[in-house]
Design a protein around this ligand. Structure first.
Ligand code: IPM
Ligand code: MG
Length: 365
Protein backbone atom coordinates (compact mmCIF):
# COMPACT_ATOMS: atom_id res chain seq x y z
CA UNK A 1 0.00 0.00 0.00
CA UNK A 2 1.44 3.41 -0.96
CA UNK A 3 1.81 5.95 1.79
CA UNK A 4 -0.90 8.62 1.75
CA UNK A 5 -0.11 12.12 2.91
CA UNK A 6 -2.60 14.14 4.89
CA UNK A 7 -2.43 17.67 6.17
CA UNK A 8 -4.46 18.26 9.34
CA UNK A 9 -5.60 21.83 9.92
CA UNK A 10 -7.56 21.78 13.20
CA UNK A 11 -8.08 25.56 13.32
CA UNK A 12 -9.77 27.25 16.27
CA UNK A 13 -12.31 26.53 18.99
CA UNK A 14 -13.67 22.99 18.96
CA UNK A 15 -11.66 22.35 15.78
CA UNK A 16 -8.67 21.26 17.85
CA UNK A 17 -10.74 18.93 20.05
CA UNK A 18 -12.53 17.14 17.25
CA UNK A 19 -9.31 16.77 15.26
CA UNK A 20 -7.80 14.80 18.16
CA UNK A 21 -10.49 12.17 17.48
CA UNK A 22 -9.43 11.97 13.83
CA UNK A 23 -5.80 11.49 14.91
CA UNK A 24 -6.89 8.63 17.17
CA UNK A 25 -8.82 7.10 14.28
CA UNK A 26 -5.82 7.38 11.92
CA UNK A 27 -3.58 5.79 14.57
CA UNK A 28 -6.05 2.92 14.90
CA UNK A 29 -6.36 2.37 11.14
CA UNK A 30 -2.59 2.53 10.62
CA UNK A 31 -1.78 0.21 13.53
CA UNK A 32 -4.26 -2.39 12.29
CA UNK A 33 -2.76 -2.25 8.79
CA UNK A 34 -5.94 -0.92 7.21
CA UNK A 35 -4.26 2.28 6.02
CA UNK A 36 -0.80 3.79 5.73
CA UNK A 37 -1.37 7.46 6.40
CA UNK A 38 1.37 9.94 7.12
CA UNK A 39 0.26 13.27 8.40
CA UNK A 40 1.53 16.72 9.15
CA UNK A 41 -0.33 19.59 10.83
CA UNK A 42 -0.61 23.30 10.25
CA UNK A 43 -2.36 26.41 11.49
CA UNK A 44 -5.40 28.06 9.97
CA UNK A 45 -7.77 30.77 11.17
CA UNK A 46 -7.31 32.82 14.32
CA UNK A 47 -4.46 30.67 15.65
CA UNK A 48 -2.56 31.26 12.38
CA UNK A 49 -3.19 34.99 12.72
CA UNK A 50 -1.79 34.93 16.26
CA UNK A 51 1.31 33.05 15.08
CA UNK A 52 1.95 34.63 11.66
CA UNK A 53 -0.35 37.64 11.26
CA UNK A 54 -2.23 35.87 8.44
CA UNK A 55 -5.16 33.45 8.43
CA UNK A 56 -2.90 30.87 6.81
CA UNK A 57 0.84 31.13 6.19
CA UNK A 58 2.41 30.57 2.76
CA UNK A 59 4.32 27.62 4.24
CA UNK A 60 1.09 25.91 5.33
CA UNK A 61 -0.48 26.68 1.93
CA UNK A 62 2.48 24.88 0.34
CA UNK A 63 1.84 21.88 2.56
CA UNK A 64 -1.85 21.93 1.62
CA UNK A 65 -0.99 22.00 -2.08
CA UNK A 66 1.36 19.04 -1.65
CA UNK A 67 -0.97 16.85 0.47
CA UNK A 68 -3.16 14.06 -0.95
CA UNK A 69 -5.97 15.49 1.17
CA UNK A 70 -6.48 18.25 3.72
CA UNK A 71 -8.54 17.55 6.83
CA UNK A 72 -9.91 20.81 8.20
CA UNK A 73 -11.53 21.49 11.58
CA UNK A 74 -13.14 24.92 12.06
CA UNK A 75 -12.04 28.55 12.25
CA UNK A 76 -13.02 31.75 14.01
CA UNK A 77 -14.09 33.11 17.36
CA UNK A 78 -14.83 36.39 19.14
CA UNK A 79 -11.15 36.82 19.97
CA UNK A 80 -10.51 37.76 16.32
CA UNK A 81 -13.55 39.98 15.74
CA UNK A 82 -11.37 43.04 15.27
CA UNK A 83 -8.54 41.72 13.12
CA UNK A 84 -8.22 43.29 9.64
CA UNK A 85 -10.79 41.92 7.16
CA UNK A 86 -8.09 40.34 4.93
CA UNK A 87 -6.69 38.43 7.92
CA UNK A 88 -9.98 37.34 9.50
CA UNK A 89 -10.05 33.60 10.30
CA UNK A 90 -12.48 32.79 7.46
CA UNK A 91 -9.98 34.22 4.97
CA UNK A 92 -7.78 31.18 5.59
CA UNK A 93 -10.60 28.83 4.64
CA UNK A 94 -11.47 30.86 1.54
CA UNK A 95 -7.82 30.94 0.44
CA UNK A 96 -7.55 27.17 0.79
CA UNK A 97 -10.69 26.68 -1.30
CA UNK A 98 -9.56 29.15 -3.95
CA UNK A 99 -5.86 28.20 -4.20
CA UNK A 100 -6.59 24.47 -4.20
CA UNK A 101 -9.32 25.05 -6.81
CA UNK A 102 -11.95 23.23 -4.72
CA UNK A 103 -14.97 24.18 -6.78
CA UNK A 104 -17.23 21.29 -5.82
CA UNK A 105 -18.53 21.13 -2.27
CA UNK A 106 -20.43 17.96 -1.39
CA UNK A 107 -22.66 18.23 1.65
CA UNK A 108 -24.65 15.10 2.37
CA UNK A 109 -27.49 15.37 4.87
CA UNK A 110 -28.39 11.97 6.21
CA UNK A 111 -30.78 11.39 9.07
CA UNK A 112 -29.45 8.55 11.21
CA UNK A 113 -32.48 6.46 12.33
CA UNK A 114 -31.50 6.89 16.00
CA UNK A 115 -31.63 10.66 15.63
CA UNK A 116 -34.95 11.12 13.84
CA UNK A 117 -36.37 12.42 17.13
CA UNK A 118 -33.57 14.97 17.58
CA UNK A 119 -34.62 16.96 14.52
CA UNK A 120 -36.55 20.15 15.05
CA UNK A 121 -38.97 18.80 12.43
CA UNK A 122 -41.44 15.98 12.96
CA UNK A 123 -39.92 12.53 12.87
CA UNK A 124 -42.04 11.40 9.90
CA UNK A 125 -40.74 14.33 7.82
CA UNK A 126 -37.03 13.57 8.32
CA UNK A 127 -37.01 9.79 8.68
CA UNK A 128 -34.91 8.19 5.94
CA UNK A 129 -33.53 11.52 4.83
CA UNK A 130 -30.61 11.12 2.41
CA UNK A 131 -29.90 14.17 0.29
CA UNK A 132 -26.73 15.59 -1.17
CA UNK A 133 -26.17 19.29 -1.65
CA UNK A 134 -23.57 20.07 -4.31
CA UNK A 135 -22.49 23.64 -3.68
CA UNK A 136 -20.31 25.64 -6.10
CA UNK A 137 -17.44 26.78 -3.88
CA UNK A 138 -14.95 29.02 -5.67
CA UNK A 139 -17.15 31.46 -7.57
CA UNK A 140 -20.18 33.64 -7.15
CA UNK A 141 -20.68 36.48 -4.74
CA UNK A 142 -18.12 35.31 -2.16
CA UNK A 143 -15.28 35.85 -4.61
CA UNK A 144 -16.60 38.19 -7.34
CA UNK A 145 -14.91 41.55 -7.94
CA UNK A 146 -15.49 44.38 -7.26
CA UNK A 147 -15.98 43.64 -3.58
CA UNK A 148 -15.64 46.82 -1.58
CA UNK A 149 -17.12 49.54 0.56
CA UNK A 150 -16.90 52.97 -1.07
CA UNK A 151 -17.21 56.23 0.83
CA UNK A 152 -19.75 58.36 -1.03
CA UNK A 153 -18.63 61.45 0.87
CA UNK A 154 -22.00 62.63 2.13
CA UNK A 155 -22.10 60.48 5.22
CA UNK A 156 -23.15 57.59 3.03
CA UNK A 157 -21.19 54.51 2.07
CA UNK A 158 -21.86 51.94 -0.63
CA UNK A 159 -21.12 48.23 -0.15
CA UNK A 160 -20.63 46.15 -3.26
CA UNK A 161 -20.39 42.39 -3.70
CA UNK A 162 -20.43 40.93 -7.16
CA UNK A 163 -22.33 37.78 -8.11
CA UNK A 164 -20.58 36.45 -11.19
CA UNK A 165 -20.53 33.07 -12.95
CA UNK A 166 -18.90 32.02 -16.21
CA UNK A 167 -20.21 29.15 -18.31
CA UNK A 168 -17.32 26.84 -17.43
CA UNK A 169 -17.93 27.21 -13.70
CA UNK A 170 -21.57 26.20 -14.03
CA UNK A 171 -20.70 23.45 -16.50
CA UNK A 172 -18.19 21.70 -14.22
CA UNK A 173 -20.31 21.84 -11.06
CA UNK A 174 -23.36 20.57 -12.99
CA UNK A 175 -21.33 17.61 -14.24
CA UNK A 176 -20.26 16.72 -10.69
CA UNK A 177 -23.91 16.80 -9.60
CA UNK A 178 -25.11 14.63 -12.51
CA UNK A 179 -22.28 12.11 -12.03
CA UNK A 180 -23.05 11.78 -8.32
CA UNK A 181 -26.79 11.50 -8.98
CA UNK A 182 -26.08 8.43 -11.13
CA UNK A 183 -24.58 6.73 -8.05
CA UNK A 184 -27.70 7.55 -6.00
CA UNK A 185 -31.37 8.03 -6.92
CA UNK A 186 -30.50 9.65 -10.28
CA UNK A 187 -32.29 12.93 -9.65
CA UNK A 188 -30.91 16.48 -9.64
CA UNK A 189 -32.67 19.66 -8.54
CA UNK A 190 -30.90 22.80 -9.74
CA UNK A 191 -31.60 25.81 -7.52
CA UNK A 192 -31.10 29.45 -8.62
CA UNK A 193 -33.01 32.73 -8.80
CA UNK A 194 -33.46 33.20 -12.53
CA UNK A 195 -36.56 35.29 -11.86
CA UNK A 196 -34.40 38.14 -10.51
CA UNK A 197 -30.73 37.38 -11.24
CA UNK A 198 -28.82 37.20 -14.53
CA UNK A 199 -26.49 34.65 -12.96
CA UNK A 200 -29.60 32.55 -12.36
CA UNK A 201 -30.62 32.85 -16.02
CA UNK A 202 -27.20 31.60 -17.16
CA UNK A 203 -27.11 28.90 -14.47
CA UNK A 204 -30.46 27.56 -15.69
CA UNK A 205 -29.38 27.68 -19.34
CA UNK A 206 -26.05 25.90 -18.82
CA UNK A 207 -27.45 23.19 -16.54
CA UNK A 208 -30.22 22.54 -19.09
CA UNK A 209 -27.69 22.21 -21.92
CA UNK A 210 -25.30 19.90 -20.06
CA UNK A 211 -28.23 17.73 -19.07
CA UNK A 212 -29.57 17.43 -22.61
CA UNK A 213 -26.13 16.80 -24.09
CA UNK A 214 -24.66 14.28 -21.65
CA UNK A 215 -27.00 13.34 -18.81
CA UNK A 216 -30.47 12.91 -20.26
CA UNK A 217 -30.87 9.70 -18.21
CA UNK A 218 -30.81 11.74 -14.98
CA UNK A 219 -34.09 13.36 -13.91
CA UNK A 220 -33.58 17.13 -13.73
CA UNK A 221 -35.80 19.73 -12.02
CA UNK A 222 -35.21 23.44 -11.80
CA UNK A 223 -36.29 25.12 -8.60
CA UNK A 224 -36.08 28.71 -7.38
CA UNK A 225 -33.70 28.85 -4.41
CA UNK A 226 -36.24 30.41 -2.04
CA UNK A 227 -38.77 27.74 -2.91
CA UNK A 228 -36.04 25.16 -2.38
CA UNK A 229 -35.53 26.48 1.18
CA UNK A 230 -39.25 26.16 1.82
CA UNK A 231 -39.44 22.65 0.30
CA UNK A 232 -36.44 21.54 2.39
CA UNK A 233 -38.37 22.10 5.58
CA UNK A 234 -41.75 21.09 4.13
CA UNK A 235 -40.81 17.79 2.53
CA UNK A 236 -37.04 17.22 2.36
CA UNK A 237 -37.36 13.63 1.17
CA UNK A 238 -38.48 14.84 -2.27
CA UNK A 239 -34.82 15.74 -3.01
CA UNK A 240 -31.92 13.55 -4.05
CA UNK A 241 -29.10 15.84 -5.29
CA UNK A 242 -29.43 19.63 -5.10
CA UNK A 243 -26.93 21.62 -7.18
CA UNK A 244 -26.61 25.30 -6.48
CA UNK A 245 -24.26 28.28 -6.32
CA UNK A 246 -21.93 29.32 -3.53
CA UNK A 247 -24.29 31.65 -1.63
CA UNK A 248 -27.47 29.59 -1.92
CA UNK A 249 -25.49 26.43 -1.17
CA UNK A 250 -24.12 27.97 2.02
CA UNK A 251 -27.62 28.76 3.25
CA UNK A 252 -29.46 25.69 2.00
CA UNK A 253 -26.83 23.35 3.45
CA UNK A 254 -27.16 24.84 6.94
CA UNK A 255 -30.91 24.30 6.74
CA UNK A 256 -30.43 20.74 5.47
CA UNK A 257 -27.90 20.04 8.22
CA UNK A 258 -30.35 20.95 10.92
CA UNK A 259 -32.93 18.52 9.50
CA UNK A 260 -30.57 15.75 10.58
CA UNK A 261 -30.81 16.69 14.24
CA UNK A 262 -27.70 18.80 14.74
CA UNK A 263 -25.16 20.80 12.80
CA UNK A 264 -22.67 18.59 14.61
CA UNK A 265 -23.58 15.68 12.31
CA UNK A 266 -22.90 17.04 8.83
CA UNK A 267 -19.62 16.37 7.00
CA UNK A 268 -18.43 17.84 3.73
CA UNK A 269 -15.96 17.23 0.95
CA UNK A 270 -14.54 19.94 -1.28
CA UNK A 271 -13.05 18.66 -4.52
CA UNK A 272 -11.03 20.19 -7.33
CA UNK A 273 -10.75 19.19 -10.96
CA UNK A 274 -9.26 15.83 -11.87
CA UNK A 275 -5.59 16.09 -12.79
CA UNK A 276 -5.24 15.10 -16.47
CA UNK A 277 -2.21 12.85 -15.88
CA UNK A 278 -2.63 11.42 -12.36
CA UNK A 279 -6.43 11.38 -12.31
CA UNK A 280 -6.23 12.72 -8.75
CA UNK A 281 -8.21 15.64 -7.34
CA UNK A 282 -7.11 18.17 -4.78
CA UNK A 283 -9.46 17.77 -1.84
CA UNK A 284 -10.33 19.11 1.57
CA UNK A 285 -12.70 17.58 4.10
CA UNK A 286 -14.39 19.61 6.81
CA UNK A 287 -17.41 19.53 9.06
CA UNK A 288 -20.15 21.99 8.10
CA UNK A 289 -20.38 23.34 11.64
CA UNK A 290 -18.14 26.15 12.89
CA UNK A 291 -15.69 26.55 15.76
CA UNK A 292 -18.42 26.89 18.45
CA UNK A 293 -16.38 29.13 20.77
CA UNK A 294 -19.14 28.96 23.40
CA UNK A 295 -18.43 25.29 24.10
CA UNK A 296 -14.76 25.12 23.12
CA UNK A 297 -12.27 23.59 25.53
CA UNK A 298 -14.89 21.73 27.56
CA UNK A 299 -14.77 18.34 25.88
CA UNK A 300 -18.43 18.70 24.91
CA UNK A 301 -18.17 19.03 21.15
CA UNK A 302 -19.67 16.42 18.87
CA UNK A 303 -16.84 14.85 16.81
CA UNK A 304 -19.20 13.00 14.44
CA UNK A 305 -19.22 15.54 11.58
CA UNK A 306 -15.42 15.62 11.75
CA UNK A 307 -15.07 11.85 11.74
CA UNK A 308 -17.69 11.55 8.98
CA UNK A 309 -15.67 14.12 6.99
CA UNK A 310 -12.64 11.86 7.38
CA UNK A 311 -14.79 8.99 6.10
CA UNK A 312 -15.55 11.12 3.04
CA UNK A 313 -11.78 11.48 2.53
CA UNK A 314 -11.45 7.68 2.56
CA UNK A 315 -14.24 7.50 -0.02
CA UNK A 316 -13.40 10.34 -2.41
CA UNK A 317 -9.61 10.78 -2.14
CA UNK A 318 -8.42 7.24 -1.44
CA UNK A 319 -11.11 5.02 -2.95
CA UNK A 320 -11.33 3.09 0.33
CA UNK A 321 -15.04 2.63 -0.10
CA UNK A 322 -15.43 -0.34 2.22
CA UNK A 323 -13.53 1.37 4.99
CA UNK A 324 -15.59 4.55 4.55
CA UNK A 325 -18.75 2.42 4.80
CA UNK A 326 -17.35 0.83 7.98
CA UNK A 327 -16.64 4.17 9.64
CA UNK A 328 -20.12 5.43 8.76
CA UNK A 329 -21.66 2.22 10.09
CA UNK A 330 -19.66 2.63 13.32
CA UNK A 331 -21.12 6.12 13.74
CA UNK A 332 -24.64 4.78 13.22
CA UNK A 333 -23.95 1.96 15.69
CA UNK A 334 -22.83 4.22 18.57
CA UNK A 335 -25.92 6.34 17.98
CA UNK A 336 -28.05 3.19 18.11
CA UNK A 337 -26.39 2.41 21.44
CA UNK A 338 -27.75 5.71 22.73
CA UNK A 339 -24.43 7.57 23.00
CA UNK A 340 -25.02 11.31 22.74
CA UNK A 341 -22.96 14.48 22.97
CA UNK A 342 -24.83 17.47 24.40
CA UNK A 343 -26.03 18.82 21.04
CA UNK A 344 -27.97 15.63 20.25
CA UNK A 345 -28.89 14.64 23.82
CA UNK A 346 -32.32 13.06 24.19
CA UNK A 347 -34.27 11.52 27.06
CA UNK A 348 -32.77 8.10 27.76
CA UNK A 349 -29.50 8.91 25.98
CA UNK A 350 -26.07 8.33 27.54
CA UNK A 351 -24.28 11.66 27.64
CA UNK A 352 -20.66 11.38 26.52
CA UNK A 353 -17.70 13.67 25.99
CA UNK A 354 -15.93 14.35 22.71
CA UNK A 355 -13.24 11.79 23.55
CA UNK A 356 -15.72 9.14 24.69
CA UNK A 357 -17.66 9.49 21.45
CA UNK A 358 -14.45 9.14 19.42
CA UNK A 359 -13.32 6.12 21.44
CA UNK A 360 -16.73 4.45 21.06
CA UNK A 361 -16.63 4.85 17.28
CA UNK A 362 -13.13 3.32 17.15
CA UNK A 363 -14.26 0.48 19.44
CA UNK A 364 -17.09 -0.32 16.99
CA UNK A 365 -14.54 -0.57 14.18
C1 IPM B 1 -19.34 27.23 5.35
C2 IPM B 1 -19.04 28.44 6.18
C3 IPM B 1 -18.10 29.35 5.42
C4 IPM B 1 -18.80 29.77 4.15
C5 IPM B 1 -17.62 30.56 6.20
C6 IPM B 1 -16.94 30.17 7.50
C7 IPM B 1 -16.71 31.43 5.37
O1 IPM B 1 -20.24 29.08 6.52
O2 IPM B 1 -18.39 26.51 5.01
O3 IPM B 1 -20.50 27.00 5.03
O4 IPM B 1 -19.56 30.73 4.16
O5 IPM B 1 -18.58 29.15 3.13
MG1 MG C 1 -21.96 28.03 5.96
Amino acid sequence: MAKQNLLLLPGDGIGTEIMVEVEKLIAHLNSTGQTDFDYDSGLVGGCAYDAHGAAISDADMEKALAADAVIFGAVGGPKWDDVPYEARPEAGLLRLRKDLGLFANLRPAICYPALADASSLKKEIVEGLDILIVRELTGGVYFGEPKEIIDLGDGQKRAIDTQVYDTYEIDRIARVAFELARTRDNRVSSAEKRNVMKSGVLWHEVVTQIHAADYADVKLDHILADNCAMQLVRNPNQFDVIVTDNLFGDILSDAAAMLTGSLGMLPSASLGAQDATTGKRKAMYEPVHGSAPDIAGQGMANPIAMIASFAMALRYSFEMIELADKVEAAIAAVLDDGLRTGDIMQAGGKKVTTAEMGDAIIAKL
